[in-house]
Design a protein around this ligand. Structure first.
Ligand code: HAM
Length: 426
């Protein structure tokens, strides 16, 4: 029987893992610049966490979660997103009691959603996310958005637009909910079954409906921004003013409501029009959540954050990878005895911090030189019977083509003197 990876999952093979590491490294560097520290939370959590935090009328919770009963019958879910786990951990470990009122976290890792796979959409995918928890200040919203923009700029992504909107505070959202209900009441019977349920439980979610999305009443639905309370309006105006001051381009997108329930005030999406992803693809998204921490049993500390889909970042970055780092030395034993010596030499070189490898396939010179080439080796070290007897090796520099006979005890000194290579072997 032939096995294949489950639908919607992808193997990251060595030929692309280097590119992933580059992306991860760049993101870690940006986080260090922003004084944002890594938090690693479990890949599975209790199902109730997500129904509570993400919302039990959202598509993510009702349709897309990988949930199962564990051996004790507890309902467990593979995390569909990262914010809920971070918020749970922040409360559980009382990070709100730390002297710094604003705590800033980042995470990278696999997330799971049962969705129809397509370009840039998988069932196991990866997110890079940031959460800044502790303050309601619009300055923090803007810090998050600037950071998100910094990410796409650092990756050289083109055709990117920052879309923002405000959902307002609790009072604004209540007024908005009433307005939505009034708007959809007369056409309720024309909406799909799910939307009729949403109408009662959470009318905002009608706006995410994939079935009714082209229905006329969707197009002229009320806009959140027209129902903001004075303080929510002030918050949003300050966010816009700060973005203007920092000369960050954005569009106010009054249709943006986001598909997760924990949002209030600012919501935003980083949209790409790169044809590689398909027009209008969301590469990253986020927003403020004012009550999530208190709903999970913590104090009334609000947060704001965002997450990027790393596969989408990879697609938009393109596949051209930087020239791979080569080996310092490729060791080429030509006889059995030479192989014993080769094994000792690669072990010694690796212990000295050099990157090296040796032929394990007992091939002839030609085949071994081909490998040295494929591994971009700076030196090929040829060891035959004669070299073994004389206790020397033959070092060929693959750039200058120069060959030098080097006594065993001088190998390290020889490499250090003749090669300032790309590797730090201090
Ligand atoms: P989200 O909009 O559900 O937000 O997901 C964020 C990003 O994850 C999306 O913009 C997309 O790039 C990527 N993504 C989502 N689903 C998939 C999928 N099936 N395959 C590939 N990529 C996907 C959140 O998850 C929030 N937790 C973001 C946030 C953090 N808000 C505040 N803090």
């Amino acid at each position: 029987m032939a096995y294949s990876a489950p639908r919607g999952t992808v193997d990251i093979l060595p030929e692309t893992s280097g590119k992933w590491q580059e992306l991860e490294q760049l993101l870690r560097t940006i986080c260090a610049n922003y004084n944002v520290k890594e938090m690693r939370t479990p890949i599975f959590e209790h199902t109730e966490l997500f129904s509570r935090a993400v919302g039990d009328t959202t598509d993510v919770v009702t349709k897309e979660m990988y949930s199962f009963a564990d051996k004790k019958g507890r309902s467990i879910t593979l995390r569909p997103e990262g914010t809920a786990g971070i918020a749970r951990s922040y409360v559980e470990h009382k990070l709100f009691a730390l002297p710094e009122k604003l705590q800033k976290f980042y995470y990278m890792g696999p997330m799971f959603r049962y969705e129809r796979p397509q370009n840039g959409r998988q069932r196991q995918f990866h997110q890079f996310g940031v959460e800044m928890i502790g303050l309601e200040s619009p300055y923090v919203d803007v810090e998050c958005m600037v950071m998100a923009v910094t990410v796409v700029e650092a990756l050289g992504l083109k055709d990117i637009t920052l879309h923002i909107n405000s959902l307002g505070d609790e009072a604004s959202r209540e007024a908005y909910r009433d307005a939505l209900k009034q708007h959809f009441q007369p056409v309720l019977n024309d909406l799909c079954y799910d939307c009729q349920q949403r109408f009662e439980k959470n009318p905002l979610r009608i706006l995410d409906c994939k079935v009714d999305k082209d229905y006329p009443a969707m197009k002229d639905a009320p806009r959140t921004i027209d129902y903001l309370s004075d303080s929510a309006r002030n918050h949003f105006d300050k966010v816009c003013a700060l973005l203007d001051d920092l000369e960050i381009d954005y569009v106010i997108d009054t249709n943006l409501v986001r598909g997760l329930d924990y949002y209030s005030h600012t919501v935003f999406e980083v949209i790409s029009d790169d044809p590689k992803l398909g027009a209008g693809a969301t590469v990253g998204a986020g927003g403020r959540y004012s009550t999530l921490i208190s709903e999970l049993g913590g104090p009334e500390n609000p947060g704001v954050g965002f997450a990027f889909g790393m596969e989408r970042l990879m697609i938009a970055m393109g596949s051209e990878s930087d020239e791979e780092d080569g080996l310092d030395v490729y060791v080429m034993p030509l006889e059995t005895e030479a192989k014993d010596l080769a094994m000792q030499i690669v072990t010694m070189l690796r212990a000295n911090g050099f990157t090296c490898d040796m032929d394990q396939c007992d091939r002839g010179l030609k085949g071994q030189f081909k490998s040295a080439d494929r591994f971009h080796a700076h030196f090929s070290m040829i060891i035959g019977d004669e070299e073994v007897q004389k206790e020397v090796v033959n070092m060929k520099c693959n750039h200058s083509k120069e060959q030098t006979v080097v006594p065993l005890e001088d190998i390290v000194a020889f490499i250090e003197n003749h090669y300032e290579g790309g590797h730090d072997h201090e």
